[in-house]
Design a protein around this ligand. Structure first.
Ligand SMILES: Cc1cc2nc3c(=O)[nH]c(=O)nc-3n(C[C@H](O)[C@H](O)[C@H](O)COP(=O)(O)OP(=O)(O)OC[C@H]3O[C@@H](n4cnc5c(N)ncnc54)[C@H](O)[C@@H]3O)c2cc1C
Length: 323
């Protein structure tokens, strides 16, 4: 039971980055468990090149199942059949909604356990231990599995690591359940704001949970507009997780690393995972109503007060000065 299955999400001839992270992580764990990583592709028209490329992230086998792509049920059918026919102890999904849905279905089908939003995995006593942040990410809980274990990672939790070379692709025939034909993908779209480019901005206005609502990002937009063309708006993970801002604009450990000339944090506490993504900014300005917020420990300029009173006045002052 030492082999690990990884589901590979793919689109437009490319394997999803989070899936590659899951394969990289699984290959590290499989080495310690004395097993192999086998990667499962589900879909139509998946080329040998695309599927076989997972070998360069440590996979020993690429398994291809011809079935509708982009929906959970065929993924459950495919992984369940492969897991039942082989010697597998775990299945890992890189993250995302499809991972949640298919992972839960797979655990139920196999009578196994599931751990979601996982940020770390390790081997202890010949078994995988999953680490999951809890209580607003202030503590880490550890999860062990009884029976088959399904892990769904937090987006961007697993780093990509290349090892090995392309592998041959095996086609696996899977009889799909009735449920697999009940849902089809009608249309596929990109996330709103997926083209946000925060890495090239000279001035970055970063909205945190302190903004209070998605609508209040307009305060950040106005400040960026006051600075002009070289300014952009970014966000903390708390704001992104709340659905207030697209992931493409997230700064930090599980987001982007930025180094603008000026970083202005609006209602940003300055957690370490955020700091690692912006500490190279030339000038760090923080506006926060809590004088003890950690961001003041590394800000060049700190303003203690209510952002809703300060930022509109700041925007107006910049516009007046420029005008
Ligand atoms: C594995 C892992 C990876 C992570 N990766 C990232 C990452 O990539 N990026 C990231 O940002 N976080 C990341 N986090 C989360 C991180 O730990 C923090 O939870 C997050 O950065 C907090 O976001 P925030 O500052 O917006 O919210 P909070 O910590 O809730 O801070 C909100 C701040 O707003 C202030 N405030 C409230 N109202 C006002 C007001 N009216 N005026 C002025 N100030 C106000 C408050 O005083 C507070 O300091 C990660 C966590 C883990 C465990």
């Amino acid at each position: 039971m030492s082999n690990i299955l990884v589901y590979a999400l793919h689109h437009d001839g490319a394997v999803n980055k989070n899936s590659l992270g899951a394969i990289s992580e699984a290959s590290k764990l499989a080495g310690e468990l004395g097993g192999e990583v086998h990667v499962v592709f589900v879909g139509e028209d998946i080329s040998d090149d695309v599927a076989g490329s997972v070998g360069t992230y440590g996979a020993a086998k690429a398994l291809r199942v011809a079935a509708p792509a982009g929906v959970a049920q065929p993924v459950v059918d495919a992984l369940a059949k492969i897991a039942q026919d082989g010697d597998y102890g775990y299945a890992i999904f890189g993250g995302g909604l499809l991972g949640f849905e298919a992972g839960a279905g797979l655990a139920a089908r196999l009578g196994g356990g599931i751990a979601v939003e996982i940020t770390g995995l390790r081997v202890d006593g010949g078994a995988i231990v999953a680490e999951r942040p809890v209580l607003g990410d202030s503590e880490i809980s550890e999860i062990k599995f009884k029976g088959f274990g399904v892990v769904v990672g937090r987006l961007n939790a697993f780093e990509l690591a290349q090892s090995g070379s392309a592998v041959a692709v095996e086609d696996v025939a899977v009889e799909l359940s009735d449920a697999s034909g009940k849902v089809t993908v009608v249309t596929r779209g990109e996330q709103r704001g997926a083209d946000v480019n925060i890495e090239d901005a000279q001035v970055l206005i970063t909205g945190g949970r302190g903004l209070g609502s998605p609508e209040n990002f307009s305060v950040a937009d106005d400040l960026a507009a006051a600075f002009g063309g070289s300014a952009a708006v970014a966000a903390t993970r708390a704001a992104v997780d709340a659905g207030w801002f697209p992931y493409a604009g997230q700064i930090g450990q599980t987001g982007k690393t930025v180094a603008p000339k000026v970083y202005i944090g609006l209602g940003v506490s300055g957690a370490i995972q955020h700091k690692v993504g912006m500490q190279s900014a030339e000038n760090i300005v923080a506006i926060n109503k809590d004088g003890n917020a950690p961001i003041f420990e590394f800000a060049d300029l700190g303003v203690v007060g209510d952002l809703h009173a300060i930022v509109p006045a700041l925007s107006a002052a910049i516009k007046a000065k420029k005008g």
